[in-house]
Ligand binder design. Structure first.
Ligand SMILES: *[C@@H]1O[C@H](CO)[C@@H](O)[C@H](O)[C@H]1NC(C)=O
Ligand SMILES: *[C@@H]1O[C@H](CO)[C@@H](O)[C@H](O)[C@H]1NC(C)=O
Ligand SMILES: *[C@@H]1O[C@H](CO)[C@@H](O)[C@H](O)[C@H]1NC(C)=O
Ligand SMILES: *[C@@H]1O[C@H](CO)[C@@H](O)[C@H](O)[C@H]1NC(C)=O
Ligand SMILES: *[C@@H]1O[C@H](CO)[C@@H](O)[C@H](O)[C@H]1NC(C)=O
Length: 430
């Protein structure tokens, strides 16, 4: 009996990777996608031999076996009974979040899919519950119970248990923080609410990142609310600091109010689109010291293969960190390129060594996520799957001095030229 359970767990952790060709229409332009399936190997005739100290997971070095025991079965969550949020009103949202943050994948999808989805779910939960309470926040005691209940609920549907630390969940994600206004009536008396609603009820996937129509409306409303109850304040340093915090807190109140006015589906769409704009603006990877690469590749490169080995070894460290989007990969390539240039690497070593954009993402058959990633899906038979950008074999661009600054305007140009390059790539390969 005991052996049976052990064998089951070992089968569970032995993932099979399958590629499947598919297509989808995304962000107004045609994009080919590859669906990546992470599959449970059920019929493995033999157990894999697990090295005594090393990791048994060639693809996910830090996979822990224990959470996988909840691969299929939904368990009953232990709820506190003290949380006033109405979980049933956003039931499907919670299921989606549990899949986006599924067990061992959560850390690798945290930045782009899991945490933005969790964030949206918390916001919508409060927005929807304000329909009953008239308040856009929870007090700290209830917030504490609710945070714990949400984690219970999500993990009972398969999510990673430790989302609190992976996604930096704080009380402030549910409370009013330092925002002076929390009830709906006061909010609507201060803010031009129809204007905010107008700006945010139809957020375009590409346009919003450039025009920031909804984001600017949220920002303006947050500043208005934050200034309420201020009276006359000076502009001292400490004052400015708490002023900034206030605006951050009030921004949360504004998006909760929006989630009250919109249905959960459109609210989620809006929140994720906005978060995509922010996610794509920064490279989330941590860059180790580039000294070794610089040593082999700086100035006149003596031996190409030694330099490229150093690059490959360096990039292989980046590949263990996270799934990233195609636009993030552009950011990452540019960050690494500039770091190397600062250390006197003058040759385009990306071209020299054949580094492509997908080399910056987690290497499970080279999956680069689309810039507007969709949610992961869970099928009890085939497992968790999510969509990858098939056009990921694009050479990593070596930064030139012209594109030094990355303002939001540059970002738009970058995004458009990226789409253009994708199309060129496609027509070449069709
Ligand atoms: C899931 O539930 C089914 C039926 O209740 C049971 O047979 C199976 O062993 C459970 N699987 C796990 C992984 O707990
Ligand atoms: C919670 O939401 C559901 C679905 O929207 C609704 O039917 C139910 O009445 C709500 N429960 C409470 C206590 O408000
Ligand atoms: C909670 O709030 C913090 C601080 O603003 C933010 O960084 C984090 O992403 C939020 N997490 C969730 C799950 O909402
Ligand atoms: C480069 O270095 C490698 C390994 O040290 C060596 O085998 C190879 O011959 C060198 N190539 C050239 C062109 O010097
Ligand atoms: C780069 O090269 C310059 C001139 O050859 C030298 O002065 C400088 O120390 C080098 N910088 C690094 C980081 O190696």
């Amino acid at each position: 009996m005991g052996l049976g359970v052990l064998l089951y767990l070992l089968f569970c952790i032995n993932y099979l990777l399958l590629d499947r060709q598919g297509s989808a229409v995304l962000a107004g332009g045609l994009q080919l996608v590859r669906e990546l399936e992470l599959k449970e190997e059920k019929d493995a005739p033999f157990l894999p031999e697990i090295p005594p100290s090393g990791s048994p997971f060639p693809l996910y070095p830090s996979l822990a076996p224990s959470p996988l025991s909840s691969f299929i079965n939904i368990s009953t969550p232990k709820l506190s009974g003290q949380c006033t949020l109405n979980f049933t009103s956003v039931d499907s949202l919670i299921t989606t979040t549990a899949t986006d943050c599924f067990a061992a994948f959560a850390p690798f999808l945290a930045n782009v899919i899991c945490c933005p989805q969790l964030d949206a779910t918390l916001t919508i939960l409060i927005g929807q519950s304000s329909l009953q309470t008239g308040v856009l926040s929870l007090d700290p005691v209830h917030a504490n119970h609710c945070l714990s209940d949400i984690q219970q609920l999500l993990s009972s549907r398969g999510s990673e248990l430790n989302l609190k630390s992976i996604c930096a969940m704080h009380l402030s994600n549910l409370t009013e923080g330092s925002c002076p206004i929390k009830d709906v009536n006061s909010f609507e008396s201060v803010v031009d609410s129809s204007r905010v609603l107008e700006a945010c009820q139809k957020v375009g996937p590409v346009n919003e990142c450039c025009s920031r129509v909804c984001q600017n409306a949220i920002e303006e409303a947050a500043r208005k609310v934050a200034a309420r109850g201020n009276g006359l304040t000076g502009s001292g340093g400490i004052e400015d600091m708490s002023e900034k915090e206030k605006v951050v807190s009030c921004r949360r109140i504004v998006v909760r109010w929006l989630s009250r006015r919109l249905e959960p589906g459109p609210a989620k769409q809006m929140l994720r689109q906005i978060s995509n704009c922010n996610v794509n603006g920064v490279c989330p990877l941590v860059f180790p010291d580039t000294g070794k690469v610089a040593k082999e590749c700086a100035q006149k490169i003596e031996n190409h293969s030694i330099c490229c080995n150093a690059i490959e070894s360096y990039v292989s460290h980046l590949q263990k960190q996270s799934f990233i989007t195609n636009l993030q990969a552009l950011d990452c390539a540019s960050s690494l390129g500039m770091k190397l240039q600062k250390m006197n690497v003058t040759a385009n070593v990306f071209a020299l060594c054949g580094v492509s954009l997908k080399d910056f993402s987690l290497q499970v058959s080279g999956c680069l996520l689309p810039s507007m990633p969709s949610d992961a899906t869970l099928d009890p038979v085939t497992g968790v799957s999510f969509t990858c950008d098939l056009n990921d074999n694009i050479a990593a661009p070596w930064p030139s001095s012209i594109q030094a600054s990355t303002s939001s305007c540059n970002k738009c140009i970058q995004m458009n030229s990226f789409v253009l390059r994708l199309l060129q790539y496609q027509s070449r390969n069709l």
